[in-house]
Design a binder for this molecule. Structure first.
Ligand SMILES: Nc1ncnc2c1ncn2[C@@H]1O[C@H](COP(=O)(O)OP(=O)(O)OP(=O)(O)O)[C@@H](O)[C@H]1O
Length: 668
């Protein structure tokens, strides 16, 4: 048996070999691109091949530097040893790999095997690398072996260190330390939609991103054809998570906010809360449908006369009414309905003509289709329409709104919707964020949007029913991974039950899986947050922290709140890691000024490398800092209707320590 020291030397040599093989892979990928360009069999095939090879070469080139493996499995019976890393590495495609991709089926045992169920694994090895290593073999500092074949089961110090490491910078991948219950979610079947109800810091976001990487690896054709979309709550959050997938070798995944995804216009208008609440209400779907279809008029267009040379074909009014009524009942998308009416009118004419004079040619059918009276008739009964026209009319004209909202919205709700100063034309309307959702609904009624093969929706508890519908339209042929925490719902329309959200997302059968092991928030802080959780009136399981370390301090600064904040930040700066100063939005300028005056450089939330960031409470969701200074909780609670939920979010951002600074009485 070799000594640990010799074993470490052997592992470093293996890493050197992997490094050389990876360099050759990258070079080889470049060569293939050149070859791809030379392929001249079919222009289109060569283009596709060239594109794939270029993408592969680009992915390999862009892979961030880092250790090439993090684990090893020794399968006793087969005497086989596999190193596991973020990317498959081999010296030759036909050779056994030097490193297996963590997503390969055979790697699963690394995450799932245990003493009770070793899954054929004799030894699981985890490697320890120097913090921030860029993949120099000398940075391999140690390893931990777990002899599963001997029934050994122990908590890993390497995993504990990873969980407790300081958090400056953007979010990192967790491929090396995915836990079994997380792995089950990551490797779930593509066809199955799931909803993860996870307490703060249980790894929902991490799971969603690794699931995306897993699906891309396991179903490359289907996912790349259909596309994969990751939706986050805001751009700050997206930039925080933006490096995880590239670190896993997956570039080019669309990561967006729903607002950007549906934006037909920039947001240039604002709603008061009452109007926004009505606009986000699910009843609006019905109101908009009625408003759109109010434009369809079966009756009153009169009979139709279609010229055919010197002859005129007549279509009687009752026939036309029958056609329009039938098409409406079939409920196709509005634009399809329009074309269907045209086709059926033409078919009616064709029937008459063929009865009289035998088969008609395609050219004849096309000519009748394009005949001006046919076009004018379709325009009159089923007019072409822009979503903007429909929504603007509804928000400007009380009678139009009353007709569409009859029996659905009461007078007060209708009044809340109407623009105080309607624009002269829909072209000059100033659209609010909620209006974009309405426009998307109408656009979706007119024509189904292009969907995705899979959509990962983060912070889903904050979605309104109308926003869920916008996502449902994009996932109608695909599956979804829904991530959220009902306790962190802060929008006025935040969900109270996942069943409702899943129904609105068009996936009523998705299973809801709870995650309760917290990887971020220390036990003492979580205990405080869990006290607040009891008052939030949501039925969710509380989290249990994996972390015994960490501190909670409450600092009363009755006469000098900002002085207290500065002192708390100074204390935090004496320790390692990032400091997030989180305050009610209205307090942020004052807090920044106070830090500035004290000579402490503080950035905003978007500067991910900053040591100290001052973050408005409304932006902090999904983010984390080693030390959180929570400023005046009473003000955070008072700032909005669901202020207690907001405070729960704020308190659960801390990785190592939370200091609450207050002048007013504490709301917990
Ligand atoms: N298995 C793991 N190993 C190491 N770190 C982990 C693991 N799971 C989660 N983490 C870390 O814990 C932190 C919290 O994870 P994440 O942000 O995904 O949680 P979340 O459930 O989305 O939290 P929140 O609801 O509060 O936004 C992150 O820093 C993440 O990298």
């Amino acid at each position: 048996m070799t000594s640990p020291h010799h074993e470490l030397i052997r592992e470093r040599a293996h890493h050197d070999r992997c490094r050389t093989a990876l360099a050759a892979l990258i070079e080889g990928a470049q060569d293939h691109v050149v070859t791809g360009e030379d392929v001249s069999a079919s222009g289109a095939d060569a283009e596709v091949l060239g594109f794939r090879l270029r993408s592969r070469a680009k992915e390999l080139r862009e892979l961030p530097e880092g250790p090439l493996f993090f684990g090893r499995l020794d399968f006793g019976a087969q005497r086989q040893t596999l190193h596991i890393g973020r990317l498959r590495i081999s010296e030759h495609p036909a050779d056994p790999p030097l490193v297996v991709d963590w997503r390969a089926p055979v790697s699963r045992a690394f995450y799932q095997a245990g003493a009770r169920d070793p899954q054929g694994v004799a030894v699981r090895r985890r490697f320890g690398w120097a913090p921030g290593s860029r993949g120099d073999s000398a940075d391999l500092t140690g390893f931990e072996d777990e002899h599963l074949d001997r029934g050994e089961s122990r908590a890993s110090e390497i995993v504990a260190r990873e969980i407790e490491r300081p958090r400056v910078g953007p979010m990192r991948d967790i491929a090396a330390t995915i836990q079994p219950e997380q792995d089950d979610l990551v490797r779930g079947d593509l066809a199955v939609s799931v909803c993860v109800q996870g307490a703060p810091g249980t790894g929902k976001t991490a799971v969603g991103l690794h699931r995306a990487a897993y699906l891309l690896y396991t179903h490359p054709q289907r996912i790349r054809r259909g596309g994969l979309l990751i939706l986050g709550p805001n751009r700050t959050f997206l930039s925080y998570i933006s490096e995880v997938l590239p670190a896993l070798g997956e570039t080019g995944v669309r990561q967006s906010t729903l607002r950007d995804e549906i934006a037909r216009h920039p947001v240039s208008g604002a709603d008061d809360e009452r109007a926004a609440v009505v606009k986000h209400d699910v009843r609006m779907a019905q109101v908009l449908r009625r408003a759109l279809y109010a434009r369809v008029r079966a009756e009153g267009a009169g009979p139709l006369a279609v010229p055919d040379g010197s002859y005129r074909w007549r279509v009687p009014e009752d026939e036309l009414v029958r056609i329009v009524t039938e098409v409406r009942a079939e409920e196709p998308p509005y634009a399809v309905g329009r074309e269907r009416v045209r086709t059926r009118v033409v078919r009616y004419v064709q029937d008459r003509a063929e009865r009289r004079a035998g088969p008609r040619s395609d050219a004849w059918v096309r000519k009748i289709s394009r005949a001006r009276p046919v076009g004018a008739y379709v325009d009159a009964v089923w007019p072409r329409v822009q979503p903007e026209e429909v929504v603007a009319r509804l928000l400007s004209e009380p009678e139009a709104l009353a007709a569409a909202a009859d029996g659905l919205l009461d007078a007060g709700e209708q009044k809340a919707l109407l623009w105080a100063k309607p624009p002269r034309s829909w072209r000059s309307a100033r659209w609010s964020a909620a209006d974009l959702v309405l426009l998307d609904e109408v656009a979706g009624l007119i024509e189904h949007p292009q969907g995705y093969g899979h959509v990962v929706v983060d912070e889903a508890q904050d979605l309104s029913p109308m926003e869920c519908r916008a996502i449902a339209r994009r996932a109608s042929f695909g599956s979804v991974t829904v991530l959220g925490d009902l306790a962190q719902g802060t929008t006025p329309w935040a969900a109270r039950s996942w069943k409702t959200v899943l129904g609105q997302l068009g996936k009523p059968d998705a299973v809801v899986v709870p995650l309760t092991t917290g990887f971020r928030v220390p036990g003492a802080v979580l205990a405080l947050a869990n006290r607040l959780l009891e008052r939030l009136d949501v039925a969710v399981p509380a989290a249990r922290s994996l972390r015994a370390d960490g501190e909670l301090r409450i600092r009363e600064a009755a006469s000098d709140l900002l002085g207290g904040v500065v002192a708390a930040v100074r204390d935090a700066l004496a320790r390692e890691g990032s400091v997030g100063v989180v305050a009610a939005d209205a307090y942020v300028p004052r807090v920044r000024e106070a830090l500035d005056a004290a000579g402490i450089a503080a950035a905003g939330p978007d500067d991910l490398g900053a040591r100290v960031s001052v973050v408005p409470a409304t932006v902090v969701k999904g983010l984390e800092y080693d030390h959180v200074v929570a400023v005046e909780p009473a003000a955070i609670v008072a700032a909005e209707e669901r202020g207690l939920h907001r405070l729960y979010v704020v308190l659960t951002r801390a990785v190592a320590g939370l200091e609450v600074v207050h002048a007013r009485p504490l709301p917990f």
